[in-house]
Structure formats: C-alpha cells, structure tokens
Design a binder for this molecule. Structure first.
Ligand SMILES: Nc1nc2c(c(=O)[nH]1)N[C@H]1C(S)=C(S)[C@@H](COP(=O)(O)OP(=O)(O)OC[C@H]3O[C@@H](n4cnc5c(N)ncnc54)[C@H](O)[C@@H]3O)O[C@H]1N2
Ligand code: MOO
Length: 404
C-alpha cells in the first residue's frame, strides 16, 4: 500500500498519542457529556430508610387495624405501630417501626377510623410494597466507575448518592485552522476565484457537542510565515486541527510548517477514501504536548477524517475508553462496486433497514454530504456486492458526534 497505513493502524498510532486530560471538579448537574476521572462511591444509602412503594396503609398484625396516624414523604410518623394498628402512608414515605408491609388503598375499606381488608382481599405478605433501606445503593458502594460517560441518569444517580460535585476529565483546548489562499471567512464576500472557508466551522460544529467551541483560526494563506503565525496562535492548545494543504501540491505547506514549528510527524497518508493525505504530528513545547491533526482540505475528506480521527481523539483525551464510533450492519438497497486499495467511506442514505449511496461521491461534494445520514464502510479490496447483501454503516445524522 505504498506507505499508507490502514485505518486501524493509523487510529492506534493516534490513540497512543492521546493527551489524557487531568481531572477537574464540576458541579454534578453540569457534568453531562463528561467522563468520570475516578470511581464514585455513595455518600448515603438510597433509600436511607424502608419506604412505602404505594399509597395505602402500613399495617401491623392481621387486622382489622385502628388508624392512628400518617406517614407522608418528608414527614414520617415518628412512633411505633402495634399489633392491630395501622397508619396512612404515601408513596415514598418512611415505614413506621412495627410495620413491615403495606396494604394498598384499593384493597382496603376505611370505616369509623378502622381499616379492614376489602371484600375478597387477602393479607399482604411480609415486605409487600416496601422498598428496603439501601436496596438501590448502599453507603460506600461504588455506583459509577472511572471512565463512565455522564448522562441524565448518571447525573441523577450521583446527586442521589450525595455528590454535589464530581471529578471528570478536563475538556481539551482545541484550535481549528482553515488554510488556503482561496478561502474567505465571510461567505457573502467571495470573488469568483475564492470560496467560503466552510471546513473550520464544519469541524467545529462536529466537535462542539463533545468539547464546546474550538478556537477558530484563519483562513491562513498558503505561506510558511502565515502558517507559523496561525500555529503560534494555537500554541496553548492540546489538540490542533488543520484543514487543507495536506497533499503533495506546491502550495500544500502544512507538513513543512509543522516541522518548522518544532512538531514531529507521526504519520502521513492513510489507506482510506476520502481522506488519504491525513497527517498526524506532535509537538512538545514548554512542558506541553500538542497533537496536531492535518486534515485534507476537500470538505468531505475533512468531515470523514474528523469523524474517524479527530472526534475519537477528543473522546479518548476526555477519558472514553471506547472512543471509536460503532457501525451497524444493514442491507444494501442497490449493487455496490468493488473497491481498490483504500477502504471507502461512501456517503449513504439509510431508512434504518436499507442503505443506498448518494449519487455523487466526489470528496468535494457538500450537497451529497449534507443529504447523507450515514457513511457506508467498504473495506479495501472488497468485491462488488449485490443489492440485499449487508454492509456496515456509521450513523452521521446526529452530526457524527456520539458513538452509536
Ligand atoms: N497529485 C496529487 N494530487 C492530489 C492527491 C494526490 O495524492 N496526488 N491527493 C488528493 C486528495 S485524495 C485530496 S483529499 C486532496 C487534499 O488536498 P489538500 O489537503 O492539500 O487540500 P487543498 O488542496 O488545500 O484543498 C482541496 C480542496 O478543498 C478546498 N478547501 C480547502 N480548505 C477548505 C476549507 N477550509 N473550507 C472549504 N473548502 C476548503 C480547496 O479549496 C480545494 O478545492 O488533494 C488531492 N490532490
Ligand atoms: O482522499 Mo481524498 O480525501 O480522496 O479526496
């Protein structure tokens, strides 16, 4: 494959460089999308006492039962219930001492301050409708392990376990640099020989739900001084993503600019289509390690390499142990041609059961990319396949942000 790494080889080399972000405390309710930097143990038990799971009566003995009080959620009865007695109890309220079961109100008759079983009902068995103390989690128990992605349920669990703040990995500082003489920042002010710089904003939109906004630098013209200046502006970043200038043309200067800047090239060129001229480099400077991803400038190549490299790198840096996106196998709606020596990621349109490739597969075609909702993964050297065969696809209709 003439100097090209395979995709798994290239991803493995990149992950070996992933700058693992240190832990930082955040308020638990703000931790959505962050990965835990250490295990969390419960500071309290849930429930902290035996609670009723239903509205009814906490009873003692065989009945009928004299109604002697009430336990509401947040306002326990505060005394013992003796044989032949009961109290009114609500869902989530503390069970009183002396009662181990709840008779739900639908199965009870209340008359003259006495409760009895409704016609045809039998005495509830012990522990019926009672949530015992600590059954969800007990004090000291590890409830969430390091590396867990915090979502709504995990936030609720950590709060319920008594944690106002939790330790998560810091978000990496990221800069995105557009490079190319033809690029213009303001889309309305474009001459015939120019194009709007759309890649940087696209990449930012892809990584934003993971890591917030990146610093957007450029567009930087195709000369080494301008590139050096652009890189200097990003020198406090953990990750720098460039787009454009990655290939072999006379004006493709990113690789040289990186060397001049003191970065060391890890690899250049991956056997994927689109995205072949991807380069990865690192720079150690002032005690800081920066990983640089040089994405190819064709917009679809930038998108695909951001999806396959930049987003997984960011997830890994933030503490995700499985940072790669997940594929699913679905049925090809049409025949697909054989592939060459590069693994192909076709822009696909899927209805969930079947998938067809977008009509235009050129790596500059933004219309086709915007119409696609998945990437069809066709391994290098695959024979042609028939409609009805299965293919692996990666969902991108959520902006390619989360592994699915
Ligand atoms: N002789 C060869 N030529 C090319 C090869 C090759 O192997 N031999 N590889 C091709 C492949 S594959 C790709 S992909 C491109 C990538 O080239 P670059 O990374 O150097 O990208 P540029 O030349 O700078 O730009 C390509 C294309 O994309 C547009 N572009 C660039 N940046 C942006 C941006 N920020 N926003 C929107 N559009 C952007 C640019 O105007 C060009 O049209 O090289 C092939 N050539
Ligand atoms: O690899 Mo390029 O990204 O085919 O267009």
């Amino acid at each position: 494959m003439s100097g090209m790494l395979t995709l798994p080889e290239a991803q493995a080399q990149l992950f070996a460089l992933a700058p693992k972000m240190p832990g930082t405390h955040v308020e638990t309710h703000l931790a959505s999308g962050r990965y835990l930097a250490k295990d969390i143990a419960a500071l309290r038990s849930q429930p902290s006492a035996d609670l009723s799971a239903m509205d009814g009566y906490a009873i003692s003995g065989a009945g009928p039962w004299k109604l002697i009080g009430e336990s509401r959620a947040g306002a326990p009865f505060g005394a013992a219930v003796k044989d032949g007695q009961c109290i009114r109890i609500s869902t989530g309220a503390q069970m009183p001492e002396g009662s181990d079961r709840v008779l739900i109100q639908e199965n009870a008759e209340l008359a003259a301050n006495f409760v009895e079983l409704a016609k045809g009902e039998v005495l509830p068995e012990p522990a019926r409708h009672v949530r015992s103390a600590g059954f969800d989690f007990a004090i000291g128990q590890v409830i969430l392990t390091s590396g867990t992605l915090m979502g709504p349920a995990q936030i609720a669990l950590a709060l319920a376990a008594g944690h106002h703040a939790i330790l998560v990995h810091r978000i990496p500082r990221i800069a995105v640099i557009d490079s190319g003489d033809e690029l213009v920042r303001l889309p309305a002010k474009v001459e015939a020989h120019q194009i709007p710089a759309s890649n940087g904003m696209m990449i930012n939109a892809m990584l934003r739900p993971l890591a917030g906004d990146a610093a957007l630098i450029g567009p930087v013209p195709d000369n080494l001084d301008a590139l050096a200046h652009g890189l200097d502006q990003a020198s406090d970043c953990d990750i720098i993503i460039t787009s454009g200038g990655a290939s072999v043309g006379d004006h493709d200067l990113v690789q040289q600019a990186l060397r001049n800047w003191g970065a060391e090239l890890t690899f250049w060129k991956v056997a994927i289509k689109p995205g072949k001229p991807l380069m990865i480099a690192t720079r150690q400077h002032d005690g800081r390690k920066t990983v640089i991803l040089g994405l190819p400038g064709n917009p679809v190549s930038s998108f695909v390499t951001c999806f396959l490299f930049a987003l997984p790198l960011i997830r890994a840096a933030m503490g995700n142990a499985n940072p790669l996106p997940n594929a699913q196998n679905i049925i090809a709606a049409v025949d697909l041609p054989a592939t060459g020596n590069r693994r192909e990621f076709l822009r696909g349109i899927s209805d969930g059961d079947t998938v067809r490739p977008a009509a235009i597969q050129d790596s500059s075609a933004l219309m086709a990319l915007a119409q696609a909702n998945c990437l069809i993964d066709r391994p290098a050297g695959s024979p042609a396949i028939k409609a009805g065969d299965r293919v692996a696809v990666y969902n991108i209709d959520n902006g390619a942000i989360q592994p699915i």
